[in-house]
Design a protein around this ligand. Structure first.
Ligand code: TXA
Ligand code: MG
Length: 333
């Protein structure tokens, strides 16, 4: 694997050209976006897409996001471009928002897992944009981590898990946003929030001037599947446990139950406990928390912690993206 360091502010054209050549010849390149690192390949080349799925160990039924250099390019990959897509794209692109629309026939079914829709976004990162312009093609890219594991916000996170499975990585330093983009489906009669992110529901609803639904009418009311049935996702190696804010009793009990194992804690307001070996005070601002979340969990994994006790952030719209990642990380495998 080739690692090329690149200044995220002023990407070096020789490095970009080398990475673009890998994309044009059907290879796989890891690159920074403003959210997390992506594992990219030519979105219009089914064989290259197959390599992305193979490198991640991702099931073929899970569609990829297609990254575009501009709104105009995104429109060309869609069969229909609804007014909702135009409004959201104008407001948030380039940026951490993915739009699901009806796909144009030029988008291969391999990218969309056979769905008639495609997920599109224009990332707000000079390296990602330069790579797409130099490649002359849209780039399909999931987050650059093995399936169900923690997403990468630094090149080292990618290299430690996928280093032997990719051709080249553009190392543009740490990413800004820190969690994956908000995904909104505007392909049907009602807009749906498929994945929360740092652009929250309230902001999307304000732009669209209407309520945004959730994927199923029963979201949040479905009984929790038994442990073992839950899909583990965005998960570190360590066991993650979430606690209601400032519930010191439950927090203390959990720490004591795990004596003999190495326990760390991510806290907001709660007081540190003597039973916890390492306490990390997390930011009380949702965007700052998101920026730091995955890097913190990667670090605790690297340091060999077995358990991470997390004080839950508030269940307000601005925290929905962070809370979703914490809940998934805490889902028992
Ligand atoms: O911030 C991000 O979105 C990062 C960076 C690299 O851009 N990418 C990312 O990709 O998180 P990935 O593959 O890990 O997540 C893609 C999400 C999944 O939740 C997937 O189910 C959804 O987008 N998705 C993709 N295509 C879809 C479609 N046609 N319909 C519904 N959901 C779709
Ligand atoms: Mg992912």
């Amino acid at each position: 694997m080739i690692r090329l360091h690149i200044d995220p502010g002023r990407p070096d054209s020789a490095a970009i050209e080398e990475a673009a050549r890998v994309i044009r010849t059907g290879g796989v390149v890891a690159f920074p976006t403003e959210t997390v690192y992506g594992l990219g390949a030519n979105a219009l080349d089914p064989a290259a897409i197959g390599r992305v799925y193979a490198a991640k160990g991702r099931p073929a039924y899970n569609p990829l996001i297609v990254h575009c250099a501009s709104r105009a390019e995104a429109r060309q990959l869609s069969r229909e471009w609804p007014d909702a897509a135009e409004r959201l794209a104008r407001k948030y692109w380039p940026g951490p928002l993915t739009l699901v629309v009806q796909k144009h026939e030029i988008v291969p079914g391999e990218v969309t897992a056979g769905l008639p829709t495609v997920a599109l976004r224009v990332p707000d990162h000079p390296v990602a944009l330069a790579l797409m312009r130099a490649s002359g093609t849209p780039i399909a890219a999931p987050s650059a981590n093995p399936y169900s594991e923690l997403s990468p916000t630094r090149a080292d996170h990618v290299i430690k898990t996928l280093g032997d499975r990719i051709d080249l990585i553009l190392d543009g330093g740490p990413t800004q946003v820190g969690i994956e983009s908000t995904v909104v489906d505007v392909s049907g009669p009602e807009p749906l929030l498929l994945r929360p992110g740092t652009i929250d529901r309230t902001e999307i609803e304000a732009v669209l001037g209407r309520p945004v639904g959730s994927p199923t009418a029963f979201a949040g009311e479905v009984p929790r599947p038994a442990p073992g049935m839950v899909t583990r996702h965005y998960s570190p190696r360590a066991e993650v446990q979430l606690f209601p804010s400032q519930d010191t009793t439950a927090f203390l009990a959990a720490a004591r139950e795990r004596s003999g194992r190495r326990v760390a804690a991510l806290l907001l307001q709660a007081s540190p406990l003597a039973e916890v070996e390492q306490t990390i005070r997390m930011p009380t601002d949702a965007a700052a928390y998101a920026h730091q979340l995955y890097a913190t969990l990667h670090q605790l994994d690297d340091e060999g912690y077995d358990v991470v006790l997390v004080e839950s952030p508030p269940a307000t719209p601005d925290w929905a993206g962070v809370l979703d990642r914490l809940r998934r990380a805490a889902a028992f495998a």
